[in-house]
Design a binder for this molecule. Structure first.
Ligand code: NAP
Length: 312
């Protein structure tokens, strides 16, 4: 199928801001979806003008924006009619004061990854929670209310994972990290939130005690990521105590599978890698920008797999 795109005077602008931004996978995924939507609407429309009338004429671009230029860039986006944009490192927190509103989800996580223009105002949200929980709500759906989640790492992604586990209703959420001060700050950041009740933080020393109880074990650290693909956050001996049938979820999407997931599968656990989270957080963002529930999710997944050289 041809993916030829015609940029017209009616083409609307989406994008991603970050610094650096050249490694972002979002343009690949979103432009594949947007191209597919144009092709689909061409089939329906007899005249080219109809594409714009259907409101499906968008393009998604990377915008490298240095931190000191963030405010002026966002004002510029408003001036040129940008419809929405993704936010990546280092702007996920810095963008918040520049927005008119942020959703309770983004408030809970303390970071924004998706911004949309609504009634001449910038509204921020965070779609990482939706991305993370998507496979746990569909393929592996179950009653989580008696289940225990063990989360390795306490960085930015761990915040979305904690909020996601809370949303799914986990009885207990343990977060393990290596830096006691950062762990304490992580724990304190949830005070006065309903998440506080189910959350407990600890150091990696507690891993041996927690692994046999884990129903869901999530790696949010970069350990095992390319190029250090032979590393895992757990030793083989530690992983040997993971209960059969538990879910091991690695947020890393390359290599596929990671050492962590290979060890877990040998143990009889169910393995979920980070690719679906990446796809589903993008789907959630596109739904907001396009105000549409019907999106070519498989096209987005395939575009990422092809780009990353992954084959199912
Ligand atoms: P981050 O904010 O830098 O957090 C990383 C966490 O891992 C920190 O708690 C850090 O500990 C810990 N860590 C790093 N190296 C470690 C080591 N050698 N031993 C023990 N702990 C270590 O990063 P992030 O944004 O949360 O991202 C984390 C991972 O998730 C990355 O691999 C990223 O690619 C992936 N991710 C995937 C998706 C997706 O859609 N699939 C989305 C977001 C992130 P300290 O705080 O002590 O430094």
């Amino acid at each position: 199928m041809t993916k030829e795109r015609l940029i017209t005077g009616k083409t609307k602008l989406l994008g991603v801001i970050g610094h650096p931004v050249e490694h972002s996978l979002s343009p690949v995924m979103h432009n594949a979806a947007l191209a597919q939507l144009v092709v689909a609407s061409r089939r329906e429309a007899s005249r080219r003008e109809d594409i714009a009338q259907l409101g499906l004429d968008y393009i998604y671009l990377p915008f490298p924006i240095e931190p000191q230029n963030l405010e002026v860039a966002i004002a510029g986006f408003a001036a040129i009619g940008v419809v929405g944009f993704s936010v990546t490192i280092p702007h996920k927190q810095a963008i918040i004061p520049l927005l008119s509103e942020i959703t309770p989800l983004a408030q809970t996580i303390g970071a924004v990854n998706t911004v949309s223009r609504q009634d001449n105002r910038w509204v921020g949200t965070n779609t990482d929670i939706e991305g993370f929980i998507a496979p746990l709500q569909t393929t592996y759906k179950q009653d989580w209310s008696q289940k225990i989640a063990v989360i390795l790492g306490n960085g930015g992604a761990a915040r979305a994972v904690v909020a996601g586990c809370h949303q799914l209703g986990f009885a207990k959420i343990y977060v393990l990290g290596r830096n006691v001060q950062k762990l304490q700050a992580f724990c304190d950041s949830w005070s006065n939130s309903p998440i506080e009740e189910n959350l407990q933080v600890g150091t990696w020393d507690e891993l041996a005690k927690l692994i046999p109880q884990a129903n869901l074990l999530v790696n949010t650290t970069p350990i095992g990521m390319y190029p250090k693909v032979d590393q895992s956050p757990l030793s083989v001996e530690e992983m040997a105590n993971l209960p059969t049938g538990a879910i091991a979820y690695d947020l890393i999407y390359i290599p596929k599978p990671t050492q962590f997931l290979q060890q877990a599968e040998k143990q009889g656990a169910i393995a979920i890698d980070g690719l679906e989270m990446l796809v589903q957080q993008g789907v959630a963002a596109l739904k907001i920008w396009l105000q549409s529930e019907t999106l070519p999710v498989e096209v987005m997944r395939q575009a990422l797999q092809n780009h990353l050289g992954l084959r199912e």
